[in-house]
Design a protein around this ligand. Structure first.
Ligand SMILES: C[S@@+](CC[C@H](N)C(=O)[O-])C[C@H]1O[C@@H](n2cnc3c(N)ncnc32)[C@H](O)[C@@H]1O
Length: 255
């Protein structure tokens, strides 16, 4: 099965999903860990619909600037619209393994749930290191999909569904190896923090509930639709449960 394609339809779905409760919580955690300051130049590598770019603009103020890079044109269109009216923001279409920006141009760089889609992790990390100034800080956030614990009255179907969903990205368990790979790429002060996203109400406001239609659409089988219907029913009956761990990695380019 091919990876997820970030086309116009998916970009529009993600823009809605990214306004919901658990993603708001995730963005607050990211902003705290990145610690952008007034005047900073910040890169968002894989900026998607541009929520981080818009919010970071508020943090860096008129003296700072933000650049968003993404491979997907529809995502960039949404991001540019979200940031209309700012003259200290730029967007570039490009790949995280060949970032279309200069050496040492940024004080901070973030890449949230992007590297799990990337096959060549050493190339992406080398690029993130290259574009930071000496002493600059990187933040990388990814999910270990193997930590998903998700209730179903048909555990066999759940297992088959999650195995099919794992194919939507390059490495479903990237966090397991990322600290070591960041150090190998040349980052120092590498730290990892795990954040549990757990709920007994898999409604649209939860991380998992928001993703159910997208996940079922990607897997694309009759069984996937049955899986999604069961999740809706369990939620209506007050019997749903989902938990997973999402990981935040930070590091610095040596001064
Ligand atoms: C799950 S979305 C995350 C968007 C954004 N970082 C956020 O958290 O709001 C993943 C994004 O990564 C982008 N992407 C995936 N692979 C990429 C690559 N190799 N280079 C640049 N962007 C990529 C997709 O187009 C998509 O916008």
């Amino acid at each position: 099965m091919a990876q997820l394609e970030f086309n116009e339809e998916l970009a529009a779905q993600m823009e809605i999903v990214y306004s919901r409760r658990d993603i708001l919580r995730r963005r607050a955690l990211v902003h705290d860990a990145l610690g952008a300051l007034p005047g900073d130049r910040v890169l968002d590598a894989g900026c998607g619909p541009g929520f981080y770019v818009a919010e970071t603009l508020e943090r860096v103020g008129p003296e700072g600037s933000v650049v968003g890079v993404d491979a997907s044109e529809p995502m960039l269109a949404l991001a540019a619209k979200r940031c209309e009216g700012h003259d200290n923001v730029g967007f570039e279409q490009g790949d995280v393994t060949a970032l279309p920006v200069g050496d040492a141009d940024f004080d901070r760089a973030l890449s949230v749930q992007v590297l799990e889609y990337v096959a060549d992790i050493p190339a992406a990390l080398a690029e993130l290191l290259r574009v930071l100034r000496p002493g600059g800080r990187v933040l990388i956030w990814d999910v270990d999909w193997a930590t998903v614990s998700w209730h179903s009255e048909d555990p066999g179907r759940m297992q088959r569904f999650l195995a099919a969903w794992d194919e939507h990205l390059s490495d479903p368990s990237l966090p397991r190896t990322l600290s070591a790979r960041m150090r190998a790429a040349g980052f120092e002060d590498v730290e990892m923090q795990g954040h549990a996203f757990a709920t007994d109400d898999v409604s649209e406001e939860s991380y998992a509930g928001a993703l159910v239609p997208m996940m079922a659409g990607f897997v694309g089988t009759d069984e996937a639709q049955e899986w999604a219907a069961e999740q809706r029913e369990l939620t209506e009956r007050g019997e749903s449960y989902f938990a997973c761990i999402q990981f935040c990695f930070t590091g610095t380019r040596p001064a």
